[in-house]
Design a binder for this molecule. Sequence first.
Ligand SMILES: NC(=O)c1ccc[n+]([C@@H]2O[C@H](COP(=O)([O-])OP(=O)(O)OC[C@H]3O[C@@H](n4cnc5c(N)ncnc54)[C@H](OP(=O)(O)O)[C@@H]3O)[C@@H](O)[C@H]2O)c1
Length: 237
Amino acid sequence: MTAAGGPGVAGRHVLVTGATSESGVAVCAALVAAGAHVVAVGSNAERVAAVAARVPGVATEVCDLSDSAAVDALALRLLAAGTEVDGLIHLVGGWVGGAGIPGQSDEGWAAMERSFRTLRNALRSFYPALVTSPAGRAAFVSSVSVDAPTASGADYTAAKAASESWLRSVAQGFAKSAPDAAAVIFAVRSLVDERMRAAAPEKTFAGATDVGTLAEAVVGLWNAPAGELNGRRLVLE
Ligand SMILES: NC(=O)c1ccc[n+]([C@@H]2O[C@H](COP(=O)([O-])OP(=O)(O)OC[C@H]3O[C@@H](n4cnc5c(N)ncnc54)[C@H](OP(=O)(O)O)[C@@H]3O)[C@@H](O)[C@H]2O)c1
């Protein structure tokens, strides 16, 4: 138990899905530093290998998370090998915008639906393992645009709203049958990292959330009891 009453992340097995961006590296690094066993998952072998090089101690898997059969196979393989899954931190994102409502393209919506599908696939395939864990945690990063959708971001925000709804359904499932598990939504306006700051030193990135803040919040998921976290939407600033 942590001082705050949570089970603590040390020794937990955490899957970070969509782990190859700067937010993924920050989350994986913070989890490893806190003593977790981390599996970083991405669809591109080279980018996944780059995460392993930047975060010593991380294990990796290559999987197209939009392919439900591939995600089922990954879950079966990991669980058959004895890998426990105490956490699923889903970071697959992407963004599309268009010129107002008429500018919402079918191509853009297909990309957003695909991104939503990765979340649905991952949560569905790993749900049984999270329920069995003594400290299951599931989280993804939504957007504050869900609170105030714009015409130009209609497709993007609709997919995020669908993802939030799915997470809340998972939370209801946990509340019913897994009192030690929690599903949490993080919401940000945008994310910023050191590479972005270095590339544009003149920019203030006002309103952006540092990927380090996100990483800290992920580790913190195990520092509070599940009952205090389950179903919550936490805006990270
Ligand atoms: N960036 C922002 O300003 C912002 C704002 C609001 C919310 N968010 C949310 O915060 C989260 C993290 O953001 P981010 O910008 O770091 O994410 P991202 O770069 O859009 O996505 C993270 C990773 O997901 C992987 N991915 C994409 N499709 C995949 C698939 N089919 N299977 C497996 N992996 C796949 C990509 O790596 P590979 O191509 O290597 O697989 C990518 O590096 C996302 O949910 C995002 O929507 C971000």
